[in-house]
Design a protein around this ligand. Sequence first.
Ligand SMILES: NC(=O)c1ccc[n+]([C@@H]2O[C@H](COP(=O)([O-])OP(=O)(O)OC[C@H]3O[C@@H](n4cnc5c(N)ncnc54)[C@H](OP(=O)(O)O)[C@@H]3O)[C@@H](O)[C@H]2O)c1
Length: 329
Amino acid sequence: MKTRKLRDLEVSAIGYGCMGLSMGYGAAPDKAESIRLLRHAYDIGYTFFDTAERYAMGANEMLIGEALEGIRNNVVLATKFLIEKSDIGDYSRENLFRHIKGKLEGSLGRLRTDHVELYYQHRVNKDIPVEDIAWVMGELIREGKIRGWGQSQATAEEIKRAHAVTPLTAVQSEYSIMERQFEADVIPVCEALHIGFVPFSPLANGFLSGKINADTTFKGIDARRVITRFDKDNIKANQPLLDLLHQFAQTKNATPAQISLAWMLHKKDFIVPIPGSRHRERIHENFVASDIVLTQEEFTAIETALSTVQIHGNRSDEDLAKLRTLTAD
Ligand SMILES: NC(=O)c1ccc[n+]([C@@H]2O[C@H](COP(=O)([O-])OP(=O)(O)OC[C@H]3O[C@@H](n4cnc5c(N)ncnc54)[C@H](OP(=O)(O)O)[C@@H]3O)[C@@H](O)[C@H]2O)c1
């Protein structure tokens, strides 16, 4: 099994994003099946599991706590907190500490553990100084309740300021062949400061698997109904990208999903993607992508080919907010 380091945290080179087991991509598997999938992920070598208090209002953490009972100490657990303005009276450090510690205690209870290795701020609040959050994280590290901390979708500036107070273990942000905005500054800053980078949606919500086409329909509370890269016209317009991935996949006896993951693993050794799937064979397909090693020549050929392709649509928090207006049928 290949491992990587997120600062001083050793994890499997590919982690398992658990969100879809509880929400986000239409009907979730039942609890027994989800537990089987999580155990399967562990059995084949995943040692890095990603969740958040927010995923199905804690239900995802509860699922993971139950599934990993007995093997918890063999894995690295990452969860996240989100500060909603309405939840908290004032933003003094003491109040922030009390509030975030309360959230963490809730997560630890659901996860059936006394600590997590990685605790991310799910979104950086623009009205709270990042230094204050970093200070709170330092206190929680000193108490032994978290081993390290991270930010999600943070800017390079926010990363530098927070890191100066309490060093960050990892930054988790959207990154894939279809979404490369953080290549410009965030990934270089992570490299310079020895912070791990954890791409979420590394398969662009499954699009890069090549298993979705303009005839695919999404039902219920499924993010792909509001993410613009899944608009029918955009799916068609993005076909040249899939053609290219299929072509490289063929030469490596791999799948488009595996080439997409191998591409980012080749980029930097501190990048650890966390694809998520609710299918046994895909969980395996994604995991063994770390065995597909691209030569420098192959990587350059992919980069050159990608530079000729235009990407249509994206995933934004604003579009995802529209999910609330969808019905579950
Ligand atoms: N920090 C944040 O704000 C944030 C935001 C989003 C996600 N996350 C975290 O990042 C994790 C990964 O994000 P994501 O779930 O969007 O990642 P993703 O792997 O890009 O997309 C997941 C989707 O792709 C499909 N898929 C995955 N592997 C596949 C394969 N080999 N072949 C075909 N389809 C495949 C899955 O469908 P099936 O399940 O049907 O296979 C699912 O619908 C989440 O689970 C969550 O832990 C964090």
